[in-house]
Design a protein around this ligand. Structure first.
Ligand code: GRF
Length: 210
């Protein structure tokens, strides 16, 4: 087991773990997490939503009065500098909101090793395959092209690689004959939207050791 993971503190109902959720799209996973946090007292609470564009998913946060911000890529011509400058802006928001744990929920940017190091153990990703199978941005396409009969979803701590960090939980989802990418995506989303809020409960309860 690789080192460097520092898990979040244990949350309490009176002082829940302060989560930020990073998104890049419609935020269906974010919506599921917010519902989970609304329907009962939890050990974690989403206090900030950040998107890398002006996406519809921000409305899920705004509808509940949660600060929900777009942080676009800054206008810097050098791509490496641009990425670092963007992460610096994100980091400043996370620190200003006293965030203790960050969830990548459909966030389509790969974070730099220095950002990961700052959050390692407190940075959670939801990936729509059974890792280590089909990492990257096209998990469903890759699963279908491979003729997979089973796919699934994985909730993992982020490390410096791509979709390669410590696995907290995973669940299988069948691939059915004739599935399109969209069919598989929708079936996987249903499962991950139950799994990942539960994993956050366990993480905030101190149930994992790495
Ligand atoms: C999910 O399939 C998740 O695994 C992946 O992005 C999708 C969620 O996107 N990382 P969204 O929440 O609907 O924007």
């Amino acid at each position: 087991m690789e080192g460097g993971y520092v898990l979040p503190r244990v949350g309490t109902v009176d002082d829940p773990l302060r989560l930020a959720v990073l998104i890049s799209g419609g935020g269906s996973g974010l919506a599921a997490l917010l519902t989970h946090q609304e329907v009962a007292a939890r050990l974690h609470r989403t206090v900030l939503v950040v998107a890398d564009g002006d996406v519809s998913g921000l409305e899920h946060g705004r509808g509940l009065g949660i600060p929900s911000k777009t942080i676009s890529l800054p206008n810097v011509s050098d791509k490496v500098e641009q990425r670092l400058a963007h992460e610096a802006l994100v980091l400043a928001e996370l620190e200003a909101a006293e965030i203790e744990c960050v969830v990548l929920s459909g966030y389509m940017r790969i974070l730099t090793p220095s950002f990961v190091k700052r959050w390692k153990g407190r940075l959670v990703n939801i990936h729509p395959s059974l890792l280590p199978k089909y990492p990257g941005a096209h998990a469903h396409r890759d699963a279908l092209a491979d003729g997979a009969k089973v796919s699934g979803c994985t909730v993992h701590l982020v490390n410096e690689g791509v979709d390669s960090g410590y696995i907290l939980a995973a669940e299988e989802v069948p691939v059915l004959d004739g599935d399109s990418e969209e069919d598989l995506q929708e079936r996987v989303k249903k499962v991950e939207q139950i799994l990942y809020p539960e994993v956050m409960d366990r993480l905030a309860a101190g149930a994992f050791s790495v």
